[in-house]
Design a protein around this ligand. Sequence first.
Ligand code: ADP
Ligand code: MG
Length: 256
Amino acid sequence: IAEVRLVLEARDVSVQFGGVKALTNVSVSVKAGEICGLIGPNGAGKSTFLNAATRLVNYTSGSIMLGGQPLEGVGSREMIGMGIARTFQNLGIYGSMTVLENVMLGAHHRFGGKFAQAIFAPSRIRAEERSAREKAMAVLEEVGMVELAARAAGSLSYPLQKRMEIARALAAEPKILLLDEPAGGLTHGEVHEFGSLVDGIRRKRNLSILLIEHHMGLVMSLCDRIIVLHLGRNLAEGTPSEIKSNDAVIAAYLGK
Ligand code: ADP
Ligand code: MG
């Protein structure tokens, strides 16, 4: 029997901040092409898990595999080349730069830190610049923002800034996209539109997505599977309808 391909497979990951155990033996896996939700009450450890999976924080035990390759010993810069991209809970945009320039940063990451080539092969760097620009324009087209390419990113409405963040992550041509509360601060209508965008991108690119989100309507409609964390541990896992009716999950959200 062919095994379902796991794009991300984290097993028994623990993270500690001084005396605080933020994660204890947390396991999270994401299959090829699925949208997997990662939910849980505030402080459950969701962002910490994303930070561990992108090597922004160290984990003290456990293992994380990305596309079948262990993350241990991989630098956070090389990781983008391994096919992982993310957005942050708080917008990470450069307001005075144009939309195109912001998205090009994502495409540049794809090429890695080839600074030596800037000295020894400037023509190659120019070619990469051109390629990053083309890639960024193609992604802006995909998310319906081409006509905004020359605008200062800081002048965009908040929903468009969020959309631009997705574009920047996509410019790195990831296999898996990690989204940390991408719908935070959006109105109900904007959340719906955002959901359609993400679903469309997933289908078109056959992308795997790990979605951290507080907006339950969005999580339930978008996710194939949901993993619930509570107090830094795995609490439950299942389909949206299983999670909706899971007593332990309901109790965790009610603060019991
Ligand atoms: P969530 O994203 O699910 O709301 P977090 O991953 O942000 O939760 O936080 C999990 C726990 O780890 C919380 O108790 C939080 O206070 C703690 N924590 C997160 N980041 C740090 C940090 N850099 N230093 C110390 N404690 C942290
Ligand atoms: Mg968080």
